[in-house]
Design a protein around this ligand. Structure first.
Ligand SMILES: Cc1cc2nc3c(=O)[nH]c(=O)nc-3n(C[C@H](O)[C@H](O)[C@H](O)COP(=O)(O)OP(=O)(O)OC[C@H]3O[C@@H](n4cnc5c(N)ncnc54)[C@H](O)[C@@H]3O)c2cc1C
Length: 487
């Protein structure tokens, strides 16, 4: 009997899992699963303890679902990726594995690890990888010159054309193996990683919960998405990112569910706006696969590396803690620090504030987000930060600087979101909450809330000057984009 091993990583589900489906195709094969936790590596990647807990909870769920199918899942724990190569090779030897099935990850360290595994197993284990984390494989949507798009709009147009011509299929969960279901699995040891509690009402654990949320969102809310998506006080977005990040849900499942409810979404009809956001996820993943330097904290636009950032630890700490004196920024940071999730509009506002009001290096913000987010995902996080910092692909222009007060007034017009997260401002009515000091002055009261740590107008001038100085270095203003081939 041949033995097939499925190595689970960012694909913690039984439905529409390309590697798992391929491993189970031969009904005679013995199929086993493995997950290898690498806490030291996670620490280096600034993985949020909340996301580690989220993965751990989903592994229990996956272990039970696989057992029902007759597939045992072993969870090992080693230090880092180098050790995981040894552990995997040893496991293959012990279990007499004939073929290894896994879904690709596109980050640099992960790719190097996978190359090392394939090399180590070359003598006797057949390895098969799959593009499962994306709708279309990186490298398959390119310009006429077979290069990766640097700008989102033409990328998304080409992507939609591909989808209109041929939709990527969803594969079913495997059938129960001939050997029958297994007994309830023994619980595996908790990860050697700081533990952080999850709010199960906000993000319930499990593949079933993710699928039911997807179904509900596509049926009830997607039609209003375009209207509601920018207002953090409204539950107007799917909040599916935590499940997508660790692969409890696949982008193909999102696509098919959307088309089931709104068949015109591919041609600009209802649901198209939400699909567009899923394509941003694809864009950033395709870019990351093409320019691995992005995984090394490199800016895409070279001249922006010359911006002289402020090393102001006190201001950075105030931003992290939600104590900048700008209510929308502080409410957003406290939402993330408490729940592990932040609304997209607020990720843009807080990111812009750190980089363009405090002039602090975007990489510090990127790392801090990663250390807090339950949906932390290098491609989207890096893409988002390089967008706000104007250092990346198709980013905000460098001279575009959000005004944090007017952003608050525009996207939280009644101040409800701010009041939800800043109890010290709960008594301030309506949109006055966005300028609490002005309100306090008029009312002749004192507030238990910090004064703004910078004055926006002055900060804006200083930031424009810093970017201008970086651009002005000889020859750099012509240098719009990094050209040439992938690193
Ligand atoms: C500074 C910054 C950092 C970010 N960090 C992350 C991150 O670590 N992980 C992450 O998944 N997203 C990140 N995003 C993108 C976006 O904010 C989140 O995906 C979104 O807020 C998740 O909420 P949702 O599931 O309700 O999204 P919806 O609006 O319902 O969108 C559906 C899905 O599309 C994808 N998506 C939506 N917007 C984007 C986008 N701009 N870029 C890439 N994918 C997108 C997500 O997978 C999301 O779940 C970041 C954005 C910024 C500006």
């Amino acid at each position: 009997m041949t033995t097939h091993l499925v190595w689970f990583r960012a694909d913690l589900r039984v439905n529409d899992n390309l590697a798992l489906a391929a491993a189970c195709r031969d009904p005679q094969a013995r199929v086993i699963g493995l997950f290898i936790a690498t806490p030291l590596q996670w620490r280096e990647h600034h993985l949020a303890p909340r996301q580690a807990a989220w993965m751990q909870a989903h592994l229990h769920d996956l272990q039970r679902s696989l057992a029902e199918k007759g597939i045992p899942l072993t969870v090992l724990q080693v230090d880092d990726f180098a050790a995981s190569v040894d552990a995997l090779a040893a496991f293959c030897g012990q279990q007499r594995v004939d073929a290894l099935f896994y879904n690709y990850q596109y980050e640099l360290n992960e790719r190097q690890r996978d190359a090392a595994v394939e090399k180590r197993l070359a003598d006797g284990v057949v390895c098969q990888g799959f593009d499962d984390y994306v709708m279309l494989a990186p490298g398959s949507v390119t310009t006429g010159n077979h290069e990766m798009y640097k700008v989102f709009t033409p990328f998304s147009r080409a992507f939609l054309k591909r989808l209109q011509a041929h939709l990527p299929e969803c594969v079913s969960a495997p059938a129960v193996r001939a050997s029958g279901p297994l007994d309830d699995p023994e619980p595996f040891a908790p990860f050697h990683y700081p533990q952080r509690e999850l709010d199960a009402t906000l993000f319930p654990v499990g593949e079933k919960a993710a699928l039911s949320r997807l179904r509900h969102f596509c049926r009830q809310s997607v039609a209003d998405y375009e209207r509601d998506r920018d207002y953090p006080a409204v539950d107007g977005t799917s909040r599916l990112s935590p499940w997508l990040a660790i692969g409890v849900l696949s982008p193909r499942q999102c696509l098919h569910r959307l088309l089931c409810e709104h068949p015109d979404a591919l041609t600009g009809g209802q649901g198209a706006k939400w699909l567009n956001e899923l394509l941003w996820r694809e864009f950033y993943l395709h870019i990351l696969a093409y320019w691995p330097a992005l995984c090394r904290y490199k800016a895409f636009i070279p001249w922006t590396e010359r911006v002289q950032w402020n090393q102001n630890d006190a201001q950075f700490a105030a931003w992290c803690e939600g104590k900048t004196g700008y209510p929308i920024v502080d409410a957003a940071m406290r939402q993330m620090n408490t729940t592990g999730w932040m609304h997209n509009r607020l990720r843009m506002i807080t990111g812009s504030f750190l980089v363009k009001d405090l002039l602090i290096d975007w990489r510090r913000g990127e790392r801090y987000f990663m250390s807090q987010l339950v949906d932390g995902m290098l491609a989207a996080n890096n893409g988002g930060w390089q967008w706000v910092a104007s250092t990346g692909h198709d980013a905000a222009p460098w001279f575009r600087i959000f005004n944090p007060t007017t952003q608050g007034e525009r996207f939280d017009p009644q101040g409800d979101f701010v009041r939800q997260w800043l109890p010290e401002l709960r008594h301030i009515p309506g949109k006055d909450v966005h300028q609490p000091w002005l309100w306090a002055q008029k009312q002749r009261v004192t507030l238990d809330y910090p004064q703004p740590i910078v004055e926006h107008k002055q900060a804006r001038v200083a930031t424009l000057a810093a970017y201008e100085a970086a651009r002005a270095v000889t020859g750099s203003h012509d240098e719009k984009h990094r050209t040439g081939k992938p690193d």
